[in-house]
Design a protein around this ligand. Structure first.
Ligand code: PLP
Length: 407
């Protein structure tokens, strides 16, 4: 019989799970005492490593002062204000305001709602179409399910959101055509600077610059979904810095707390902020009970402080370069059929006929946790992973692929 816990992205009939009970930086242990290296940052989120007491202390301190209190009008709390302030100073967007919520899915759904409502407030109710990209992953709420470009995740949930369409990823002609087809009616284009869950596909600066131009030409907002790329993952605070393209809104989650508490949010730029302020009587009727949760914000502030103190943003470049070197060597010697990535997110392409899930499972048996995506194994380790651990991850990956190829 399966247990009581109904798992996400799993067969409900599954009875066997690996029970992770303890972590220390990039090392994990299961309930049988087996040790693993975490080469995927749990689910692309753990920048500072696991089990850090400083984080627990910061959250506990806040909880014993005030766990949290509503931030719906007329209330606020100092942690929510400080978190928004800190994120605005790190943001690639000048004069930013920051909406807070509990996850990447809530962030994306909020950004979609903000895009449509800000278009209305700026006098353009006709601009309601949201264009997203194939292979994109934007979470599993109804907005994100409608916006994502991974077809299997969209099946079986009834009618999805109207006016949300996908075009080929990284094909500026396709995007340009869609913009022509919906000219005058586009609220926003959403893109991940590096598509993560869809298989690790980095954009080019030219492509994102062209997206910016298309948005400007059509009066649409450019939204970067930086739930994975945000908070240092690419060796810059945000993917917008890495690609030097400034969006109108930017969604974040994951790395903002390294997963110590659930936090997401939307950074809004002047175009959106001005629209929301254009009518002083306008009331923003969206938000979540835990928007601006004080103990969650305590984790964000401490996580960012640790990232700054330990120089983890530049460290991402080092971690990424070492993984890239390894994957290049494995491609050159024919073990892999290619690799792709940016910053500290990488994927190694498996030879034809190898099943990524089988490779992942074998790697887990050998003590390395990476992520299986059809055709590739993905790596996105905590930024505190040591060089020896990276080399061990690559050794286990090499041995696993070579064994499977020769079997
Ligand atoms: C780019 C992107 N957007 C949104 C999400 C959804 O985030 P969450 O699972 O926190 O709801 C994810 C999660 O992986 C993501 O990678």
């Amino acid at each position: 019989m399966p247990g009581r816990f109904l798992h996400s992205f799993a067969k409900p009939s599954n009875e066997a799970f690996i029970n992770i009970v303890r972590g220390d930086m990039a090392t994990l242990w299961d309930n049988a005492g087996k040790e693993y290296i975490d080469a995927i940052g749990s689910l692309w989120y753990c920048q500072i490593g696991h089990g850090r007491k400083e984080m627990a202390d910061a959250v506990a301190r806040q909880m014993s002062t005030l766990e949290t209190y509503s931030t719906f009008d007329p209330f606020t709390n100092p942690l929510a204000d400080a978190t928004a302030e800190k994120i605005a100073t790190l943001s690639p967007i000048d004069d930013a305001r920051v909406f807070l919520c509990g996850s990447g899915s809530e962030a994306i759904d909020t950004a979609m709602k903000l895009a449509r409502t800000a278009q209305i407030q700026s006098g353009h109710p006709e601009r309601s179409v949201i264009i997203t990209r194939d292979r994109g992953y934007h979470g599993t709420n109804y907005g994100g399910t409608s916006a994502q470009g991974l077809p299997l995740n969209k099946i079986g949930y009834g009618q999805l959101l109207e006016g949300v369409i996908q075009v080929d990823a990284d094909d500026i002609e396709a995007m340009s055509l869609a913009c022509e087809q919906h000219a005058g009616n586009i609220a926003a284009i959403i893109a991940e600077p590096v598509q993560g869950a869809g298989g690790v596909w980095p954009s080019s600066s030219e492509y994102l610059t062209q997206l910016r131009r298309l948005c400007d030409a059509h009066g649409a907002y450019l939204i970067f979904d930086e739930v994975i790329t945000g908070f240092g993952r690419l060796g810059t605070w945000f993917g917008a810095h890495y690609y030097n393209v400034v969006p109108d809104m930017l969604t974040f989650a994951k790395g903002v707390t390294s997963g110590y508490q659930p936090l997401g949010g939307v950074i809004c730029g002047p175009q959106v902020n001005d629209a929301l302020l254009s009518d002083p009587q306008f009331f923003l009727r969206t938000g979540y009970t835990y928007s601006g949760h004080a103990s969650v914000c305590a984790a964000a502030l401490k996580n960012i402080e640790i990232m700054e103190r330990e120089n983890l943003v530049p460290r991402a470049q080092h971690v990424g370069a070492r993984i890239e070197d390894g994957l290049r060597a494995l491609t050159d010697d024919g073990t892999l059929t290619g690799y792709r990535g940016a910053g500290a997110i990488w994927a190694g392409k498996l030879p034809e006929g190898l099943d990524a899930t089988v490779i992942r499972d074998q790697m887990i048996r050998s003590g390395v946790i990476a992520r299986a995506i059809p055709g590739v194994i993905a790596f996105c380790p905590p930024l505190v992973i040591t060089d020896q651990q990276i080399d061990h991850v690559l050794d286990v990956f090499t041995a696993t692929v070579q064994q499977a190829t020769s079997a």
